[in-house]
Design a protein around this ligand. Structure first.
Ligand SMILES: [Zn+2]
Length: 201
């Protein structure tokens, strides 16, 4: 029986490399894996690029209100596996449609994405996947202190920022990201997570 999978991790944890590897393995076995990604901007960035250098054009960019189940039934023939990159940007409804694909069409769906944004808040797609996916796998990466990194930290021109949209808008200065363990994240962002009695000075 097919399953809905969610592989989650902080940025730069190697999610894209895994997608590319997975697609390659399927192709080598004569099977068809389709790679999709939610469209988050108007530039139509239809490539997925891994940090170790490989890249590939995605098969489809999912629009905000698009029904992924209908899309797969109407536009695609036989599919053995659906891979979704940047799955945190899906809507709750779209994640439900992925579960319909798994249950009704018996096609496994593997979603890859971030658990939280740079403020430590869950993305809608990630939240829904954490709620309903059959299997959850954390892809681990490491903080500068050596502990497991769980959080993403946004830097603007090299300085930590804690305000702004979850999805960065172009032209706001040079935005980059780094990852952090829980303690370093709180230290860097001075976030208290509703524990005002704890002082991080
Ligand atoms: Zn740390």
């Amino acid at each position: 029986m097919a399953k809905l999978y969610f592989f989650y991790g902080a940025m730069n944890s190697g999610k894209t490399t895994r997608i590319l590897q997975c697609e390659y393995n399927y192709k080598e076995q004569g099977m068809r894996a389709v790679i999709m990604k939610p469209q988050t901007d108007t530039k139509g960035n239809d490539k997925i690029v891994s940090r170790i250098g490989s890249s590939k054009k995605v098969d489809y960019l999912i629009k905000k209100d698009e029904n992924i189940f209908d899309l797969l039934v109407n536009e695609y023939g036989h599919v053995d596996l659906l891979l979704v990159d940047e799955a945190q940007f899906l809507t709750t409804r779209q994640v439900n449609q992925l579960m319909d694909i798994v249950v009704d069409l018996d096609i496994p769906v593997m979603c890859y994405g971030l658990r939280t944004d740079f403020k430590g808040n869950g993305f809608p797609g990630a939240r829904r996947l954490l709620e309903i996916a059959h299997e959850l796998t954390e892809i681990k990466t490491i903080c500068e202190c050596g502990k497991k990194a769980m959080f993403n930290v946004r830097l603007m021109d090299g300085k930590v920022v804690t305000e702004g949209d979850s999805v960065a808008i172009d032209g706001e200065g040079k935005i980059t990201y780094t990852v952090a363990c829980a303690k370093c994240f709180m230290m860097k962002t001075r976030k208290k997570f509703d524990h005002p009695e704890i002082k991080y000075e």
